[in-house]
Design a binder for this molecule. Structure first.
Ligand SMILES: *[C@@H]1O[C@H](CO)[C@@H](O)[C@H](O)[C@H]1NC(C)=O
Ligand SMILES: *[C@@H]1O[C@H](CO)[C@@H](O)[C@H](O)[C@H]1NC(C)=O
Ligand SMILES: *[C@@H]1O[C@H](CO)[C@@H](O)[C@H](O)[C@H]1NC(C)=O
Ligand SMILES: *[C@@H]1O[C@H](CO)[C@@H](O)[C@H](O)[C@H]1NC(C)=O
Length: 332
């Protein structure tokens, strides 16, 4: 529009000088009128590339996310075909834009009603917006843009962050003993794989040579576990932190002493039961032993006194002192 007006102005000034130039000016105007609209429509680029993020794009389960994809150089992408698909699912895409509109079919039913192109295609932004993200949406997405002369594709990896369960800590006697205990930390239901760290009560990280074990369920949620040998003391608790980021972390604590197991954050250890049971039996045995000793003593002294009285009558007869009879009886 702007070039047209400017040329018009030039023409009128030229036109005032002489009508001779008017014919030429008209021709120029016609030429400009013909070329300007064509240039404004910008024919699809003969070749182009796609710009996508370098690393994975991450989001939280349940939220919305944009998988960025942009044509380069920037031009109107409305006349092109845009296909977003999961790596193995070209023929049943997540979204298909063709003939200036989003196609109803063929598309993956799992994405129906959850996808759109909201970035402004006229500005070359073909980013995919995905709503109500679930863990199953995790993975690689391919952005493919096709013109009459050219096509290009690039992929974007989506990770869906899920915070797992609070770590469960337990204490067991260490194999081989050595005065140490074996503390285990387990946390389930994470995505992607979280970081697990052990800390003492001062918050200092405890280096652990044992590698963190991980398993993943069919949904793709990861469980992590780790164990640590620790010399226990009554006052020092241990913390196990499992985290994806500062905002997405969970911590469990324990007093890693077998006899303090009842104060443990989670459950009472089997060892504590055994120890209590042994103590109970021991005290019962001691009580029984004491009882029988008392009974024996009583019976002994009764026997003694009867013997004494008998002895006394002997004494009067024989005039002798009995020696040590009772003591021998009791100690026997
Ligand atoms: C998702 O977790 C990764 C670590 O695996 C972290 O770098 C990223 O910031 C998290 N994203 C969100 C949206 O919380
Ligand atoms: C493209 O669109 C997405 C939203 O669909 C937006 O987040 C992104 O910033 C846009 N990119 C540019 C370069 O404007
Ligand atoms: C500690 O416990 C874990 C299981 O929780 C076990 O795999 C490991 O062998 C134990 N280590 C020692 C030294 O007892
Ligand atoms: C466990 O972790 C390792 C190393 O981080 C990784 O290569 C492996 O894929 C993970 N396994 C599972 C089942 O997540």
């Amino acid at each position: 529009m702007i070039p047209k007006v400017r040329i018009h102005l030039i023409c009128t000034t030229v036109g005032h000088r002489g009508t001779m130039h008017l014919g030429l000016c008209l021709r120029v105007l016609i030429l400009v009128a013909l070329t300007v609209p064509i240039r404004a429509a910008q024919p699809a680029q003969e070749t182009f590339t796609l710009t996508v993020p370098d690393g994975p794009t991450s989001t939280l389960s349940g939220s919305s996310v944009s998988l960025l994809c942009q044509v380069s150089p920037l031009f109107n992408a409305e006349p092109l075909e845009v296909r977003w698909y999961r790596s193995s699912n070209f023929h049943s895409p997540v979204l298909l834009y063709k003939d200036h509109k989003i196609q109803e079919a063929p598309v993956d039913p799992r994405y129906r009603g959850r996808v759109s192109l909201t970035g402004g295609m006229e500005r070359g932004n073909v980013s995919l917006t995905l709503e109500r993200v679930t863990v199953e949406d995790r993975g690689e997405y391919v952005c493919q843009v096709t013109s009459k002369q050219w096509y290009e594709k690039a992929s974007v990896f989506l990770t869906v962050n899920v915070t797992g369960s609070e770590p469960v800590l337990s204490v067991a006697e260490a194999r081989g003993g050595g005065g140490q205990v074996n503390v285990t930390c387990l946390s389930e239901g994470w995505s992607p794989q979280p970081k697990l760290t052990w800390r003492n009560k001062d918050g200092t990280e405890i280096r652990n040579e044992q590698e963190v074990l991980n398993t993943s369920d069919p949904q793709g949620l990861v469980s992590v576990s780790s164990w640590l040998l620790y010399a226990p003391s009554y006052s020092d608790w241990l913390a196990c932190t499992v985290s994806l980021s500062e905002e997405m972390k969970r911590e469990g604590r324990i007093l890693p002493h077998i006899y303090t197991a009842p104060t443990a954050v989670h459950g009472v250890s089997k060892e504590a039961y055994i120890v209590t049971l042994v103590l109970l039996i021991l005290s019962l045995v001691i009580i029984c032993a004491l009882c029988s000793v008392i009974l024996w003593k009583r019976r002994g002294s009764m026997w003694c006194s009867s013997r004494k009285s008998r002895n006394r009558s002997d004494q009067t007869e024989r005039g002798q002192r009995p020696a040590g009879n009772c003591f021998i009886l009791i100690s026997g």
